[in-house]
Design a protein around this ligand. Structure first.
Ligand SMILES: Nc1ncnc2c1ncn2[C@@H]1O[C@H](COP(=O)(O)OP(=O)(O)O)[C@@H](O)[C@H]1O
Ligand SMILES: [Mg+2]
Length: 294
């Protein structure tokens, strides 16, 4: 059958995505993004990963659980009249909070700048998690933008999550804080299976050695399935200023390409067979660095 190479690849890729989505539809999954400290890009990665998943056809919701410091509204450019605060007060049902955002992704606000949400208790956190788990909307994956640092609320969120994504930057203070966050959660026996994202990578060999040491410390195998690298990219700051997620504002940027690949990895779909330059470039260099260990 005369079929050219690239259309054959596309067909196979679409089939893989379709099969994976069918699996995901059988059970809702909560994936929480965490970081040892603030400012490492956790919210941007949570939002843009959610959009990338939605673009693949996964029915995705982002919930902002960085209570009090919730800023996902700003990143998405939506003004929310209702937030998780209205769920806790009983004024709204969980599904009534969800707004439709870019490319079909749904979004629930954490109520930013609200002092009530700064004082949220662990029991209230548990109510929110249960409400999200049972939300009456057709949702396959719930991405939670969690609090930075090992707070009691975050520990409860992790305990009630199916998976986590630990976001760090390659600098030692951020890596150390991520390590203590994971250790803390592991000691309390609340750490779900997790992947690691190293964000703001400029020096790939450096990031790879950081990642390698880090994964070993937290007792994970150094394998491709559990690790993503996201490059430093000025497109992120430009997008944040415009209150538009980078994936929408600059879909061809290095950041957006890398996030799309990370999103695929998150749900276990192999890398896009049509190589996306940056990630592929990064990976090739990393492979060289590690020899055949990766
Ligand atoms: N890959 C990146 N490249 C360049 N700048 C980034 C990148 N990721 C994040 N940033 C910058 O870091 C800032 C903080 O990101 P944010 O997602 O709000 O962090 P957090 O939620 O961890 O506090 C962003 O406004 C952006 O300017
Ligand atoms: Mg944030």
């Amino acid at each position: 059958m005369a079929q050219n190479y690239s259309s054959e690849i596309d067909y196979e890729d679409e089939k893989r995505i379709r099969n994976r989505i069918e699996e995901l539809r059988r059970g809702r999954k909560i994936i929480t993004f965490v970081s040892g400290k603030g400012g490492v890009g956790k919210s941007n990665l949570a939002v843009n990963t959610a959009i990338a998943l939605s673009q693949l056809g996964v029915r995705t919701l982002v919930a902002d659980a960085d209570f009090g410091l919730a800023d996902v509204d700003l990143l998405i450019g939506l003004k929310s009249r209702f937030s998780l605060r209205h769920y806790l007060s009983g004024e709204k049902k969980m599904f009534e909070l969800a707004q439709l955002g870019f490319d079909g992704v749904r979004f629930i606000s954490g109520g930013n700048g609200n002092s009530r949400m700064l004082r949220i208790t662990v029991d209230e956190t548990e109510r929110i998690m249960n409400g999200l788990r049972r939300i009456q909307l057709p949702i396959d994956i719930i991405i939670i933008d969690g609090q930075a640092g090992a707070t009691d609320n975050l520990m409860k969120v992790l305990q009630l999550s199916d998976e986590a994504v630990v976001v760090t930057v390659p600098e030692p203070p951020a890596v150390t804080d991520s390590y203590s966050l994971i250790r803390n959660a592991q000691n309390r026996k609340v750490m779900p299976p997790f992947q690691v994202i190293i964000n703001r990578v400029t020096d790939t060999a450096d990031a790879a050695s950081v990642a390698n040491a880090f994964l070993r410390l937290v007792g994970k195998d150094v394998d491709e399935a559990s690790l993503s690298y996201i490059p430093e990219d000025s497109a992120v700051r430009r997008a944040v200023r415009r209150s538009e997620p980078c994936l929408i504002a600059e879909p061809d940027s290095d950041f957006s390409r890398a996030v799309r690949q990370a999103a695929r990895r998150l749900i276990g779909i192999p890398e896009n067979p049509e190589p996306e330059d940056v990630v592929d470039g990064v990976r090739t260099k990393i492979r060289k660095f590690f020899g055949n260990k990766l």
